[in-house]
Design a protein around this ligand. Structure first.
Ligand SMILES: *Cc1c(COP(=O)(O)O)cnc(C)c1O
Length: 400
């Protein structure tokens, strides 16, 4: 029997704040009640704020994030459409696989795992496409498998500089509501998020935030992929009234209301700053142990997840098993080709410095048990030093 709290340091599902969990603990209610729109319309409005989407709209689907990937494609693209994608981790890989299965003509650029969206290669493809055959360009904003964040604004800039009309698709499942994301400013047409990462909810809902341009692409008379459950038209007709074309997860709505309130109470910019600070402490800790990130350069570092390469001769899966069974801690594993060589610390959602220090302490002790030659406490000490400096620099210690 385990005592205390099981430490959850996977990059989703993340910890659900007590306030959110309690908000969901309500009796079942009538999803067609006359006052249901008071709740649902407030959610649509505030989700737009979270995405910084001013002129478009947000869909909520009862699915995990993967469902919104599919909805984005089906509603705006046709079989055989040319799309530009890139692959540098398990999630960007899976989106490419989905696009192929759905019948798109995919140009998938392979990038070394540890880097992100290749702006140069994208620019070359866009510049060469003078007849505008590329219908959509895809960006995995935060590759959760490798801990790599890509430059969405940079992709928008190069599309604009070539006056290219392609739709811009962004997977923001592990970035939106945790790190800087500006849908309107960056001209993102379809942005995908899920409930169980930055939104601090259980898994089971996806959010798809779309621009006016994406809605127009959905409405135009070009034939699209077949779609039914995820079709925009039925959703829009009902959502405009505050209802859904099928039974929605109403308990979730109360949780989402609470999580959006928490995000806006803190302020999105403060949420982003907190994620940077917590992540930087974890990174200092990893460096303090003499270990390396999968992300190959600082410009790619993710503030929501760190993928860590274990020393030669150490089995990362063994480290994770020890962490789980002996020390009651869940870390993320190395996905696909990173299996056995990498473990991940998810540092997004409802967490603070001491929790991150706990993650580092648990990683250290598990690495030691697995045979790694590291100095006990070196990671924790480096992170402590950074967190103290960061707060002093903020002037917060003086203010408190
Ligand atoms: C978690 C994640 C997904 C998949 O989301 P599900 O909710 O598991 O369907 C997709 N993309 C990224 C970047 C993710 O982190």
């Amino acid at each position: 029997m385990k005592h205390g709290i099981r430490q959850l340091f996977i990059p989703g599902p993340t910890n659900v704040p007590d306030k959110v969990r309690r908000a969901m603990n309500v009796p079942m209610e009538d999803q067609r009640a006359p006052d249901m729109p008071d709740l649902t319309l407030s959610l649509f409005r505030d989700l737009k704020r979270a995405f910084k989407n001013e002129t478009g709209r947000v869909f909520m689907f009862p699915s995990s994030g993967t469902g919104a990937w599919e909805a984005a494609i089906q509603n705006t693209l046709a079989p055989g459409d040319k799309v530009l994608m890139s692959r540098f981790g398990q999630f960007s890989h899976l989106w490419v696989e989905m696009a192929k299965r759905l019948g798109l003509d995919v140009n998938a650029i392979d990038v070394e795992w540890g880097a992100g969206v290749p702006l140069d290669a994208y620019e070359a493809a866009i510049a060469a496409d003078t007849s505008h055959e590329i219908r959509a360009v895809f960006v995995t904003h935060n590759e959760t498998a490798t801990g790599v964040t890509s430059d969405v604004a940079g992709v928008r800039k190069l599309l604009d500089s070539h006056s290219h009309p392609a739709l811009l698709f962004v997977d923001g499942v592990s970035s939106i509501a945790s790190i800087d994301f500006r849908q309107e400013e960056w001209g993102v047409d379809l942005a995908v998020a899920g409930s169980q990462k930055g939104f601090m909810l259980p898994a089971g809902m996806s959010f798809l935030s779309v621009s006016e341009k994406a809605l127009a692409a959905n409405r135009d008379n070009r034939e699209k992929l077949p779609r039914s459950y995820f079709g925009f038209t039925d959703m829009i007709a009902m959502n405009d009234q505050g209802y859904f074309p099928y039974t929605p997860p109403t308990q979730f709505f109360h949780g989402l209301r609470a999580s959006l309130d928490l995000l806006f109470e803190e302020g999105l910019e403060n949420v982003f700053a907190r994620h940077y600070r917590l992540a930087e402490g974890v990174r200092r800790g990893i460096a303090g142990l003499g270990l390396n990130l999968v992300a190959v350069e600082r410009k790619w570092y993710s503030d929501t997840v760190s993928a860590i390469t274990v020393p030669d001769g150490i089995d990362a899966n063994q480290v994770m098993k020890i962490a789980y069974h002996r020390y009651n801690t869940s870390f993320g594993g190395g996905l696909a080709r990173l299996g056995g060589r990498v473990f991940r610390i998810g540092h997004l959602g409802d967490l603070n410095e001491v929790m991150c220090l706990g993650a580092l302490a648990s990683a250290e002790i598990s690495l030691l048990d697995a045979g790694a030659k590291i100095t006990p406490g070196a990671g924790v000490a480096a992170a402590q030093t950074y967190y103290r400096e960061a707060h002093e620099a903020d002037g917060r210690l003086a203010a408190e």
